[in-house]
Structures are given as structure tokens and as C-alpha cells.
Design a protein around this ligand. Structure first.
Ligand SMILES: [Zn+2]
Ligand SMILES: [Zn+2]
Length: 101
């Protein structure tokens, strides 16, 4: 984390961006594709609607659920949770709140 860096601009760097093209998130029209939340290497990423249409291989880099193979994964507290079946990958034995503040 470089949040103490004097050049740090919270609004810009904290805004989620498309994993593939880097564009900031926006709200797509309801009739259009939606942003896809996924994971790469255990990190939460987002893929914009445009990349999903323009890149047939947009999903190849994404992590897959160990149980069902879905790529729609949420990263919560360092855990990768499958949004399709609820499988939690790498479930830690020690709860995060024990080692936290
Ligand atoms: Zn994109
Ligand atoms: Zn799954």
C-alpha cells in the first residue's frame, strides 16, 4: 500500500477499473451487459462490458471456482468466494479477525 505517498490521489487510485482495458467503472445501461466481478491470482478484478464483447478470450486469465468452474468470484477478506455455488477457496483455519486489530 502506498497510501502515505504524497502523490497519492484517493479518488483516482481507489476507483475500480477494468482489469483488461483500465477504464474506470461506470453504470451500464440496464439492457447492456453488466460489469463482471471476478478474481485473478486471488485479487478482485472487474471486466467492463466492452471487453466482454470485444475480447472472446476475456475470461481465460480469470481464476476459476475449484468446485464448479465458474469465473464469477468475489474476494472478501482475502477469501475467494464463488458467486455461483458459494464455494470458498483457500478457507483459512485462522479467522481474519483473530490476527486483526
Ligand atoms: Zn475493459
Ligand atoms: Zn463454484
Amino acid at each position: 500500500m502506498s497510501s502515505t505517498d504524497p502523490t497519492y490521489v484517493p479518488d483516482e487510485s481507489s476507483r475500480p477499473r477494468c482489469f483488461l482495458c483500465g477504464r474506470p467503472t461506470f453504470d451500464p445501461d440496464k439492457r447492456q451487459r453488466q460489469w463482471v466481478r471476478a478474481a485473478v491470482g486471488g485479487e478482485q478484478v472487474l471486466v467492463c462490458p466492452t471487453c466482454q464483447e470485444d475480447r472472446p478470450d476475456w475470461a481465460v486469465q480469470l481464476d476459476r471456482c475449484d468446485a464448479c468452474g465458474a469465473s464469477r468470484l468475489s474476494v472478501m477478506l482475502g477469501q475467494v468466494v464463488c458467486r455461483a455455488c458459494g464455494h470458498v477457496r483457500g478457507e483459512s483455519v485462522e479467522p481474519a479477525w483473530l490476527s486483526g486489530a
